[in-house]
Design a binder for this molecule. Structure first.
Ligand code: NAP
Length: 310
């Protein structure tokens, strides 16, 4: 524990990697941490990204590799290690710890993203990994020729249903309202699939079976009655929770997202939040990448203020 970096970035999704690119181009002494080498964030589990300018219909993993290759071409130092704590966050020098090592930095960008939210219903934990999945691109192939359901009504649920319709015999998209939240283009695509049925105004109640999933129980919110729907697999796509625990109780948060505007400044000087971990209106690859650039610009202002106060 000797050297003090200008900047530590935590996370290697679009926000973290683009922060790395901007930091290297600004000649900041920077290190980026990711938990595993293939981290790359949520897009690595997206079969197709069709709204990142200039790269239409690109596979999510391929897009994340392009981001990584770009960052590596600038010699960004990337380390595989799980950060366990960020300490002395109000001091000029922040302490960032892994299980074995402590790193020092003048500024930290948290770009740890988000993870899938759970339904919180009976049977969800019991069948997790045994028919309940939070990643259609990872697990869809197990349901070739089977019947599955997807809970949710946003872009991810629609994308999952469309992806699963290519291998499953039948896909039920179960939404709790009578209007979908996802984009119109995906709604049109899903509605055009013969083997996708959208079940409107149904809430999830339980996942049932003996050793394997046999059916889900869903409540019709119009007549308030429970119904049985036979399925082999359940995909959950009801949004995300921010991976903000490293700063729990240390910075201002709202519904587990770190409060920060597009400058990515948190309530603590020198600590910045970029991408899905922060409060924002639109969570997309392009807005996460933009956050990376904005966060580094804020870091540069912060470091220059520190210099002047010396
Ligand atoms: P989302 O847009 O927040 O949608 C979550 C959906 O789950 C909503 O339809 C919501 O219902 C439903 N839901 C939430 N809690 C539920 C519960 N307990 N039981 C049943 N249903 C529940 O989340 P997302 O689809 O994961 O997308 C996250 C962000 O990524 C969004 O901003 C999205 O636009 C973006 N994204 C964009 C693309 C793309 O542009 N290609 C692809 C993927 C993701 P209500 O509608 O009733 O609230």
């Amino acid at each position: 524990m000797s050297k003090t970096y200008d900047l530590i970035i935590i996370g290697s999704g679009p926000a973290g990697l683009n922060a790395g690119i901007y930091a290297k181009r600004a000649c900041l002494d920077t290190i980026l941490f990711e938990t595993i080498e293939t981290s790359g964030g949520q897009i690595t589990q997206t079969y197709e990204v069709d709204n990142y300018m200039g790269l239409p219909k690109i596979n999510g993993f391929d897009l994340s590799q392009k981001f990584r290759d770009h960052a590596k071409s600038l010699d960004l130092e990337i380390v595989n290690a799980k950060i366990t704590s960020i300490e002395q966050i109000r001091d000029r020098v922040k302490l960032v710890k892994t299980k074995d090592t402590t790193y020092l930095a003048k500024a930290v960008i948290l770009a740890t993203g988000a993870y899938p939210a759970k339904l919180g219903i009976e049977g969800e934990d019991e069948f997790r990994g045994k028919g309940v999945s939070y990643c259609a691109t990872c697990d869809g192939a197990f349901f070739k020729g089977k019947t599955v359901c997807v809970f949710g009504g946003g872009d991810v649920a629609l994308e999952d249903a469309i992806f699963l319709s290519k291998m499953a015999t039948k896909v039920y998209l179960i939404h709790r309202r009578d209007e979908l939240r996802g984009s119109q283009i995906l709604q049109n695509e899903a509605k055009a699939c013969d083997n996708i049925d959208i079940l409107w105004s149904y809430a999830p109640v339980s996942i049932n079976g003996n050793g394997k999933i046999e059916y889900v129980t869903i409540k019709n919110l119009k007549d308030n009655k429970d119904y049985r729907l036979d399925v082999d697999g359940v995909f959950v796509a009801i949004g995300t929770k921010a991976e903000s625990s490293l700063l729990d109780g240390k910075v201002e948060m709202k519904k587990n997202r770190i409060v920060a505007d597009e400058t990515c400044k948190t309530s603590v000087p020198g600590i910045f939040a970029a991408g899905d971990v922060r409060t924002k209106q639109l969570r997309q690859v392009i807005t996460a990448a933009a956050d990376g650039a904005n966060a580094v610009t804020s870091v540069l202002h912060y470091l220059s203020d520190l210099e002047q106060k010396k």
